[in-house]
Design a protein. Structure first.
Length: 311
């Protein structure tokens, strides 16, 4: 990768950091997975590839297959998601070079994308390991082996691991890319993630989990996520699901969210439900449109800021 390419990719990561941090049972899915971790689809299955040690990270999930279809159907509404959670797609757009030529894959090879924090990504799909390896070596990466696949390292920073079904990336020279194989214990084994994932819905095409225990939520909220689902006619709705610590905490959380739903506000007409039980799930749901484009909350952070501790 050229020095300019590294700067662009790190710039994309920095934007993701500002957007994301400025603010049941184990995973199910397709069992027809290869020994390197396979290509499970659906939100809960992909959460099953995230080690429990990353529970504090912001996790951004994209169903790339579904999102590509939506972008083709209505670029005006879904165009903001047209990099599909794949940092190299954005880089190729800046550099105006075909990604397949430079990196040996493109978005058409990808089924799901998962961003972990601001500097790691794990893609599933079908990859030509030889083509990816050749492309990265042309960019200055050196080849070695890793469990289940090939490891490629840039002497100036950055690591890529690839198998026939998984490609993962770390921008840090000191942090390995996400593992090709799913971990024995993942965030999908955590009851908090199970509850919030059920609330968001496995059919979401785009979702962000604001890390458990991180600074991106108040003491009233254990974990929350925002996910989008699309109907057959191409219309889309988003839902915020926040797992709270108490009924009183749920009331306070719902009151915060309702401040954004009044007349003239950006989320006017959105519905907020404070939930029930000892640790209620607070939900807020709205229709996407010109003022509330899918994925905008990763950029504007309007709703996450309402749930951020002391901010």
């Amino acid at each position: 990768m050229t020095g300019n390419g590294r700067r662009i990719l790190r710039g994309i990561a920095a934007t993701a950091l500002v957007g994301a941090l400025g603010a049941g049972a184990a995973a199910c899915g397709d069992d027809a997975a290869d020994s390197a971790g396979g290509s499970p689809t659906g939100l809960t299955a992909v959460l099953g590839t995230v080690p429990e040690a990353d529970a504090g990270a912001v996790l951004t999930y994209t169903d790339v297959t579904a999102t590509r279809r939506l972008v083709e159907q209505d670029k005006k509404l879904y165009g903001g998601l047209s990099t599909y959670g794949i940092p190299e797609v954005a880089q190729a757009g800046y550099e105006k070079r075909p990604l397949k030529d430079t990196h040996g894959f493109d978005e058409n090879d990808v089924t799901t994308a998962l961003g972990i924090g601001s500097d790691r990504w794990r893609l599933t799909g079908g990859f030509d390991v030889g083509a990816v390896t050749a492309g990265m070596k042309k960019l200055g990466y050196t080849e070695s082996e890793t469990d289940g696949g090939t490891l490629l390292k840039d002497p100036k920073g950055g690591q890529v691991a690839v198998s026939a079904s998984v490609r993962s990336l770390s921008l840090s020279p000191d942090t390995p890319p996400p593992a090709l194989a799913a971990p024995e214990v993942s965030v999908a084994d955590d009851p908090a993630y199970q509850a919030v994932a059920r609330c968001v819905g496995d059919a979401t095409y785009y979702a962000t989990f604001y890390g458990k225990g991180g600074e991106s939520r108040t003491p009233d909220v254990t974990l929350y996520a925002i996910g989008a689902t699309a109907a057959a006619d191409g219309t889309s709705r988003e839902r915020l699901c926040a797992l709270t610590v108490s009924a009183e905490g749920a009331r306070r959380t719902a009151d915060k969210l309702r401040t954004a739903t009044g007349t003239g506000e950006r989320f006017a007409g959105a519905t907020v439900d404070a939930g029930s039980g000892d640790t209620p799930l607070v939900t807020m749901e709205w229709a996407n449109g010109p003022k509330t484009l899918p994925g905008d909350q990763n950029r504007t952070m309007q709703l996450p800021k309402l749930l951020m501790n002391g901010r």
